[in-house]
Write a protein that binds this ligand. Structure first.
Ligand SMILES: Cc1cc2nc3c(=O)[nH]c(=O)nc-3n(C[C@H](O)[C@H](O)[C@H](O)COP(=O)(O)OP(=O)(O)OC[C@H]3O[C@@H](n4cnc5c(N)ncnc54)[C@H](O)[C@@H]3O)c2cc1C
Length: 292
């Protein structure tokens, strides 16, 4: 590892000021949340000296609020802490399932959803789950901040839409109604401690007669970025989640995929598995949304 400077600001304004100083001097700074991606990257490939800005001390990035209209998840909250919150788990079981899949218990004690999103890996487990629940990024900057749907945030492999001087404060998620729930499934060749070969998140609203009135479907690890699949959602909406609509939704996920072949699976295999995961995740979301 090279030589690094480390700062741990106590407020958002202080953090923005440190970032702004680096922008104006043309020197490099990088945000640290849990460090479970960052430290690995610094040890393996990124040896260029720069300033590490630790955001774990900020009140805002450690905030969790469960409002009647909106849930706020601070960007630095560790996944282990989120998973202990039974109310949050009941409201967003799919998103919490995704963050609970990250690494081991030790990794989850540090790893944040914000870091998973900002790292922008095609296989990041939380990203499809965030897309399915319609998460909005709450971004801090010198101009008072801005909001951006997660759909627009990841712009390529390892690339996000943050501008110089900005950082992610947290995620805003519409509080789901009683008849809306999400599910996330991934496939890995091992039972744990591996990255997704395929991931799929489904969020459904089911009416009392069993009709699906709203759907969001997102897939991961089968394209350079996690993707929304509107055609899969269309196949489910208005249906009773019968075999034909589940089949059509799965086929739409296959059609939206543009996977690579690697040691974990061929492109053809990934295209098949994404359809299976879509059908299974839809069935789980349906069961949750109907109180099953
Ligand atoms: C053993 C192991 C197993 C893992 N297993 C999985 C897995 O199963 N699934 C999976 O998806 N990931 C996995 N990961 C990767 C990693 O743990 C996750 O991506 C995790 O969520 C990253 O969160 P973090 O808080 O540690 O991010 P950090 O490492 O702190 O940051 C990651 C990147 O995002 C940037 N960043 C972080 N927070 C912000 C912010 N608020 N604003 C702006 N930029 C920010 C950092 O500068 C850095 O570039 C694994 C990692 C390890 C070491």
């Amino acid at each position: 590892m090279g030589a690094y400077a480390y700062v741990a600001p106590q407020t958002v304004d202080e953090t923005i000021a440190v970032l702004a100083d680096h922008v104006s001097s043309g020197s490099r700074a990088q945000i640290l949340a849990g460090g479970t991606d960052l430290l690995v990257q610094m040890r393996s490939a990124d040896h260029e000296p720069h300033t590490i800005i630790d955001i774990k001390q900020l009140a805002e990035t450690n905030t969790l609020t469960l409002g009647s209209d909106e849930i706020y998840i601070g960007a630095a909250l560790p996944s282990a802490l989120l998973y202990e919150n039974e109310e949050l788990k009941a409201l967003l079981p799919g998103l919490l399932e995704a963050s609970d899949l990250i690494g081991s218990t030790q990794v989850q004690g540090r790893a944040s959803m914000g870091g998973n999103l900002c790292n922008a890996s095609p296989a990041g487990d939380c990203i499809p789950a965030m897309l399915a629940v319609g998460a909005i990024c709450d971004i801090a900057n010198v101009s008072g901040g801005r909001q951006m749907p997660v759909e627009d945030f990841v712009v390529g492999v390892g690339k996000n839409a943050l501008q110089a001087g900005e950082f992610l404060l947290g995620l805003k998620i519409p509080t789901p109604a009683k008849n809306s729930r999400d599910a996330y499934l991934r496939f890995i060749p091992r039972t744990e401690m591996d990255i997704a070969v395929v991931g799929c998140a489904v969020n459904l609203t089911i009416q009392s007669d069993g009709t699906c009135s709203a759907a969001r479907v997102a897939i991961g690890a089968v394209a350079p970025t996690a993707l929304m699949v509107p055609a899969a959602a269309d196949a489910l909406m208005g249906s009773q989640l019968d075999e034909a609509s589940l089949q059509a939704a799965g086929e739409a996920c296959t059609a939206a995929s543009s996977p690579i072949s690697d040691k974990r699976g061929t492109a053809e295999y990934r295209r098949k598995v994404v359809a299976v995961l879509c059908r299974r995740a839809a069935a789980i979301a349906q069961s949750r949304a109907t109180g099953g």
